[in-house]
Design a protein around this ligand. Structure first.
Ligand SMILES: Nc1ncnc2c1ncn2[C@@H]1O[C@H](COP(=O)(O)OP(=O)(O)OP(=O)(O)O)[C@@H](O)[C@H]1O
Ligand SMILES: Nc1nc2c(ncn2[C@@H]2O[C@H](COP(=O)(O)O)[C@@H](O)[C@H]2O)c(=O)[nH]1
Length: 205
């Protein structure tokens, strides 16, 4: 039980901090992680694709998923729903593979309630000014949406204490390599605990 399931890693942080950028680079270098593609009611951005960036749903479809218990967590973030498919995460973890979620803070808090053994990583901006520059320069949001996302950012940063690790995304490569170290060290930690657990069972039998 202790050593056979995959580990659930959760990456959060304010909008525009670079979660998607860091996650994509991390996945270029690792085949050992499964990315859980989220459901959302937000409009598809230019260059995004169904089943790659998100599963795009209508409001009614999303609310049906909630009613059917199909979501591990969900949140309303700046006027849209976002949620994690329960079955994919549970089946993948059960198969022994690690799962990586990239979600906002309200969702991460829900996941922590169900998976306290998960590993929660908060990606932190070098400064609030740089955070604003990144969202603005990405060019995907209206002026209003940028302001709403920045307002949310302050609440999200206030929740940083809930996380196990904080990684500053000053430089993408450095942030990726810090997350790789976290993943490696969590595996070592769990293998050590599993060995000790087996040893105790052996001694008791
Ligand atoms: N370390 C970095 N230095 C400079 N620019 C960065 C860095 N990391 C990401 N960016 C840029 O910041 C912008 C926002 O990044 P990204 O879309 O990955 O953020 P996000 O946290 O996933 O945002 P959201 O939560 O809104 O989806 C992008 O234009 C990206 O290229
Ligand atoms: N609670 C959840 N949050 C999610 C999920 N998938 C993505 N997100 C987060 O939403 C915001 C906005 O995303 P954007 O693509 O519109 O910029 C961002 O913080 C994402 O990480 C999810 O399944 N659940």
């Amino acid at each position: 039980m202790l050593d056979e399931k995959g580990i659930l890693f959760v990456l959060s942080g304010p909008s525009g901090v670079g979660k998607g950028t860091v996650r994509k680079d991390l996945f270029k270098q690792s085949n050992d992680l499964a990315y859980s593609i989220s459901m959302t009611t937000r409009e598809k951005r230019l260059g995004e694709a169904e089943g790659i960036d998100y599963f795009y749903k209508t409001n009614d479809e999303f609310e049906q998923l909630i009613a059917d218990g199909e979501l591990l967590e969900y949140a309303r973030f700046v006027n849209n729903y976002y949620g994690t498919p329960r079955r994919y995460v549970e089946d993948t973890l059960r198969s022994g593979k690690d799962v990586f979620l990239e979600i906002e803070v309200q969702g991460a808090v829900q996941v922590k309630e169900n998976f306290p053994e998960g590993v929660f990583i908060f990606l932190f901006p070098p400064s609030l000014e740089e955070l604003k520059n990144r969202i603005v320069e990405r060019g995907t949001e209206s002026q209003d949406a940028v302001l709403n996302r920045l307002k949310e950012a302050e609440n999200e940063i206030d929740m940083m204490d809930v996380y196990d690790y904080v990684v500053v995304n000053d430089d993408v490569n450095t942030a990726v390599s810090k997350i790789q170290s976290i993943i490696q060290s969590e595996h070592c930690k769990r293998e050590r605990i599993a060995r000790q657990y087996k040893q105790i069972l052996k001694e008791e039998s």
